[in-house]
Design a binder for this molecule. Structure first.
Ligand code: CP
Ligand code: NVA
Length: 302
């Protein structure tokens, strides 16, 4: 059992830029099978505690764990006693069984509490504020396409200033990448996150302006898990932010498309662009598995 307080990973902001780059570089090594990684977490177990639904996060962590020699244990929040007991007690108990705990939580504050109480690292598998594992895989994907030196790269983010958008901005700041942020005012990312970019992050009013100098266009669903009651007003508010051929006509011809998935083709992006050669969405999804192997190794062996 670890004697010192382990480092958790609930935000990209808790990594240094060098740490982020080191984990991504290792993720690429692991993807390319440059070594034997089957003993990295030999005999360990990883709890996967989910308060919301998931395909990619759950399955990529399960596969990553097995590839490193660890045993994944999925726990559905609703059928566990997290529904009735004290959060601090329950997470401390889980941390006596497992070596790492991945949590998809409704509220960021819950992750903060869990990281304080757990005796093993807590990994944010997405919450209302952030999705750091997604963005580790996203910048690993960007690195595969553009190389390690991302100076001058520009991402246009269109749509909801949500959890994925916030982590994307955290990641871009670490990587020195510029982001054009374009959202309806009501759904814009908070000023504090934007200001931390010290000029790297630019708010844009019009989608056409946001994409004109972009290397990558990134978008996410307009109705995140938990926002379903607002579906009609959200669909109306985001209508002009769809990634479609009319928008692409204003972007550089080689522009690439990214989305964390799950997507709603016909809403935030047309099905043709989502499934076109310029779309990196399946590489992003695959890279979740490899980036998270590197993350798991780093958290245990740092
Ligand atoms: N991108 C992502 O985290 O997908 P899931 O919600 O399916 O895990
Ligand atoms: N913003 C989305 C991301 C899903 C991976 C959500 O929170 O549902």
């Amino acid at each position: 059992r670890l004697k010192r307080k382990p480092r958790s990973f609930i935000s990209l902001q808790t990594l240094t830029p060098l740490e982020m780059k080191t984990i991504m570089r290792r993720g690429i090594e692991m993807k390319n099978r440059l070594g034997d990684f089957s003993q990295v977490l030999h005999g360990m177990s990883i709890a996967l505690l989910f308060q919301k639904t998931s395909t990619r996060t759950r399955c990529s962590f399960e596969k990553a764990a097995v590839e490193l020699g660890a045993f994944p244990s999925y726990i559905d929040w609703k059928t566990s006693n997290f529904v009735l007991a004290d959060l601090s007690d329950e997470i401390k108990v889980l941390s006596r069984y497992h070596d790492l705990i991945v949590v998809r939580a409704l509220h960021h504050e819950m992750l903060v509490t869990m990281a304080q109480e757990s005796e093993v690292p807590i990994i944010n598998g997405m919450c209302d504020r952030e999705h750091p594992c997604q963005v580790l895989a996203d910048f690993m994907t960007i690195t595969e396409y553009f190389g390690e030196n991302l100076d001058g790269l520009r991402i246009a983010y269109l749509g909801d200033g949500n959890n994925v958008c916030r982590s994307l901005v955290h990641g871009a700041i670490h990587m020195g990448v510029q982001v054009n942020l374009c959202s309806p005012e009501r759904y814009a990312l908070d000023d504090e996150t934007v200001a931390a970019g010290k000029g790297l992050i630019t708010r844009m009013t019009h989608p056409l302006d946001a994409v004109h100098d972009a290397d990558v266009i990134y978008t996410d669903t307009w109705v995140s898990i938990g926002d379903e009651a607002e579906t009609q007003e959200r669909l109306a508010a985001f209508e002009a932010y769809q990634v479609n051929d009319q928008l692409l006509a204003f972007a550089p011809s080689q522009v690439l498309f990214m989305h964390c998935l799950p997507a709603h083709p016909g809403q935030e992006v047309t099905p043709e662009i989502l499934r076109s050669p310029r779309s990196l969405v399946f590489d992003q999804a695959e890279n979740r598995r490899h980036a998270q192997k590197a993350l798991l190794e780093w958290l245990v062996h740092q």
